[in-house]
Design a protein around this ligand. Structure first.
Ligand code: HEC
Ligand code: HEC
Length: 263
């Protein structure tokens, strides 16, 4: 760890309790002005994201597009249900996570794809971070590229939003830091070679140079938890799902930029 980074962490760990917004379901922290994570990247990394021919994430999008159109052994292709005027998936990912009408549960895009596999294709769900699930998620997300994020946090989604907000404001790990301390209070500052961004999920799923591969938003969240020396949660855990909803509400209005490229 670089000294500058350690200094900031110690400073943060020593400062007062993060101040959670008052406990009324709709409240959230929103950095001003709202800025995408790509704003804080080095110019060459940003250029990589902006060039579809150079953006390595486009390989997952293309693979996802192929999988989407593939029918296997009598299992209908995704495309067979999702290419109609009313059933196509353009813009859909910008409104996730969302409550599933059938079960009343909150689903992110990964969970929704798996629900379609089990419900409508008689296929097994795909594992988190498997190449196929990453590819399908990348494709579905890319169909919303440029669409402003807008999510519903009313009704059955409301307790999820509050759960996500709690996670965002709770100190954890050996460094005893909450998400809000870095991403609300210290964005724009340097930490371990990164400029801390506002912590929006809008570039994910995305390609991280550090991973040398493509990954989900939850993989990024696991890295942030590990960064404060907390035990990362399991993929698909209720807490991470809830955090995804909180992040989406907090990012509302920013365009979805997946496939993002990040350091
Ligand atoms: C010690 C400071 C720190 C804490 C605490 C922290 N993060 Fe991060 N986070 C970072 C850094 C550094 C990065 C990489 C640079 C950046 O901000 O995009 C990052 C990246 C992210 C990103 C990706 C942003 C992008 O555009 O690529 C998200 C989303 C995120 N954090 C969410 C969270 C959440 C949710 C929590 C709490 C569970 C959290 N972070 C806790 C420092 C922190
Ligand atoms: C046999 C038809 C069928 C197939 C095949 C199918 N889906 Fe679906 N999909 C649906 C229906 C119906 C819904 C509405 C929710 C529900 O009933 O499960 C839906 C909902 C969705 C949604 C959310 C749409 C929204 O507006 O919120 C996404 C994303 C999605 N499907 C992706 C996929 C992907 C990716 C595949 C292939 C892995 C797939 N679906 C295969 C029928 C299908």
């Amino acid at each position: 760890m670089k000294r500058a980074g350690l200094g900031l962490l110690l400073l943060l760990a020593g400062c007062t309790e993060p101040s959670a917004p008052a406990d009324t379901g709709a409240e959230l922290s929103r950095p001003e002005p709202l800025q995408s994570g790509s704003t804080f990247l080095q110019p060459d990394t940003r250029a990589l994201q902006e060039d579809d021919f150079a953006n390595p994430g486009m390989l997952w999008v293309e693979r996802g597009e192929a999988l989407f159109h593939e029918a296997r052994d009598g299992h209908p292709a995704c495309a067979s249900c999702h290419e109609g005027e009313d059933t196509n998936l353009a813009g859909v990912a910008a409104h996730y996570p969302a409550i599933d009408d059938e079960t009343g549960e909150l689903m992110n895009i990964e969970a929704r794809i798996n629900a379609c596999r089990t419900r409508h294709q008689s296929l097994e769900p795909l594992a988190y971070e498997s190449e196929d699930l990453l590819a399908l998620t990348a494709y579905v997300a890319e169909l919303s590229r440029g669409e402003p994020i807008e999510v519903d946090i009313s009704g059955a989604a409301s307790p999820w939003f509050e759960k996500g907000r709690d996670y965002f404001f709770t100190r954890r790990g050996q460094l005893n830091l909450a998400c809000t301390q870095c991403h609300d209070d210290n964005w724009g500052k340097q930490l371990r070679g990164d400029t801390i961004s506002q912590g929006h999920g809008t570039g994910f799923p995305g390609y991280r140079l550090e991973w040398q591969t493509f990954g989900s938003l939850q993989r990024r969240l696991r890295d942030c938890d590990a960064g404060v020396r907390a035990e990362p949660l399991d993929y698909g855990s209720d807490d991470y799902l809830a955090v995804e909803l909180y992040l989406a509400k907090r990012a509302e209005g920013l365009p979805l930029e997946s496939p993002g490229v990040r350091r």
